[in-house]
Every structure is written in structure tokens, then in C-alpha cells.
Design a protein around this ligand. Structure first.
Ligand code: PMP
Length: 285
């Protein structure tokens, strides 16, 4: 596989970053994941806009321009012949000579920019979408700026392991009695004709897929209520689902051992998934 590091396209075995890189020492970096369907990028502009915001919130210099980023994404997809899959992008605060808590001067310590692709043939036909996910709840032990897409992913990673140890698929995190989000996705339930999901704030990542799905709710003739909700309320729902750039819309069929409805993926989440995939394919670039 060919990857991109700081202006160069290299075989992955030759790509290197410093051991002093602040992402390696301090998780001082941000990232984006953009999915690829039929060789095209889904919602590239949404991801580029969120990346710029993450950088700015952390006082990191502006990264490559939107057009440069698009060019790199496309070049990697082309060279690596990705039909379905994703492009991972990471920008870190670079590698000063020493380990130091104080941010280095960006004039002398340029950011580290890394991109690589992951091929996932049949990404849109994930058999999990036909079965649905089983979720367990855990306390949300992350920091309070979850709106910034940083590479501090240890707790979400531990969450996935907690779920796995119980034979489940993923976790929903709970803070002050209310669901924040999934380990790497936004969380929703459906009651009647209404989609309920937590409002945007610093408590959750502002999902690019979330924004798209809420836009498409109207096409699915569904209402949207952005408000706090509990695990108990979601367990009483007709359906539930998660969204992320790589999972699209994925139904949830069980929460903390309680089956939703008949325990099978429901028609409304399935419809939202279909609309999301159709519309995304249409506008992918
Ligand atoms: N929340 C968290 C914590 C995430 O890590 C992600 C995906 N990276 C999402 C939500 C979904 O965001 P998006 O739809 O932009 O992939």
C-alpha cells in the first residue's frame, strides 16, 4: 500500500514519523475518516470543514487546504485502487526535539500530516446491517471536549473490549444518566415516527453522518427530536441505530440485554440506511 507522509507518497514500509511526535507522546493530534464508495469520497467537504475546526480549537496551524487534501485523498484512492473503503487522515502538532508540555512554535515545528487508505470490499453490504448490533452501556470517562476529533481513543478502545468480553458489539456511553454517543459513532432511537438523538454540544462529536441523516429524515417522512435521553428510554423504543462515516446507518437490536421490538432490525433504520447510501453515492466526489 502507498501512504502519504508530509508531502510524499511512499510504500507503507518506508513511511516514518519521529518518536518525538506529539501524537505519539501526548495524543496531540486530530484525525478524520472519510469513506469511499465506488471509488468516490463521501461527504469530503463535511470532513474537511470539521478538520479545520478541530485544528483551530487546539490552536494548531491551518492544515493543507481543502483542495490539497482532496487531491491527496483522490491520489491515494487511485494508486491503491480502492473501490470501497476509507481514507484515514491524521494531523499532529509535529515533532519538537524534546518532550515538553508547552506547545512548540509551529514556525520551527511543522505539523505531521499522514494519510492512508483501508480497502473494505463490500463496505455498504455489511452483513451486520441485516442482524443489527447489541450494545452495552458504560460510564463516559472521556475528557469534556469530545467535539474535537482527537486521537485520544484509549477509552473508546477499552469500551469496544468491554463489549467484546460480553459477546456484544459496541458500547453507548452514559454521562449524568444520559447517553452521550457510541464508542465511535452517534446514537439514536426511533419511537413512532420520531428520531431522537442528543443535541450537539462539546459532549459529543458532531458526526458528519449524523448531519446527513438528520437532513434525510424528511425524505423518510420522519421527525427529529434533539434532546437528552436515557438507556431506559432507548430500551423502550421501537428501533435504535448508530451512525458513522464507516458504518453509515447501522441498526441496534439490543441494549443492556433488552431486545428492542422483536429483536430484529426495524424498517425505519433500514430505510434511513438506504436513503443515506443512495444520496451519498449521488453526491460523492
Ligand atoms: N462519535 C464518535 C466518538 C466518533 O468517533 C465518531 C466517528 N469517528 C462519530 C461519533 C461519528 O462521526 P462521523 O459520522 O463523522 O464519522
Amino acid at each position: 500500500r502507498t501512504v502519504y507522509v508530509n508531502g510524499e507518497y511512499l510504500p507503507e514500509t518506508e513511511a516514518k514519523v519521529s518518536i518525538f511526535d506529539r501524537a505519539f507522546l501526548m495524543a496531540d493530534g486530530v484525525y478524520e475518516v472519510t469513506s469511499v464508495l465506488d471509488g468516490k469520497l463521501v461527504d469530503f467537504d463535511g470532513h474537511a470543514t470539521r478538520l479545520a475546526r478541530s485544528l483551530s480549537e487546539l490552536d494548531m496551524p491551518e492544515g493543507p487546504s481543502r483542495d490539497e487534501l482532496l487531491e491527496i485523498h483522490r491520489e491515494l484512492v487511485r494508486i491503491n485502487e480502492v473501490t470501497d473503503g476509507l481514507v484515514y487522515l491524521q494531523i499532529t502538532r509535529g515533532a519538537p526535539g524534546d518532550r515538553d508540555f508547552v506547545f512548540p512554535d509551529p514556525a520551527t515545528t511543522p505539523p505531521t500530516v499522514v494519510l492512508f487508505t483501508q480497502s473494505k470490499p463490500g463496505l455498504a453490504d455489511d452483513p451486520k446491517a441485516k442482524v443489527g448490533l447489541s450494545i452495552v452501556s458504560v460510564d463516559d470517562l472521556r475528557w469534556s471536549r469530545r467535539d474535537i476529533k482527537t486521537v485520544q481513543l484509549l477509552y473508546p478502545s477499552m469500551g469496544k473490549m468491554i463489549a467484546k468480553a460480553q459477546g456484544k458489539d459496541d458500547v453507548w456511553m452514559v454521562e449524568d444518566g444520559h447517553v452521550t454517543e457510541g464508542s465511535s459513532n452517534n446514537a439514536y432511537f426511533i419511537k413512532g415516527n420520531t428520531i431522537v438523538t442528543r443535541p450537539l454540544s462539546n459532549d459529543i462529536l458532531h458526526g458528519i453522518t449524523r448531519a446527513a441523516v438528520l437532513r434525510f429524515a424528511e425524505e423518510a417522512q420522519m421527525a427529529v427530536e434533539e434532546r437528552l435521553f436515557t438507556i431506559a428510554e432507548a430500551q423502550e423504543a421501537d428501533e435504535a441505530f448508530i451512525t458513522s462515516a464507516s458504518a453509515f446507518v447501522m441498526p441496534v437490536v439490543e441494549i443492556d440485554g433488552v431486545a428492542l421490538g422483536d429483536g430484529k432490525p426495524g424498517p425505519k433504520a433500514a430505510r434511513l440506511r438506504e436513503i443515506y447510501l443512495d444520496e451519498s453515492r449521488k453526491v460523492a466526489i
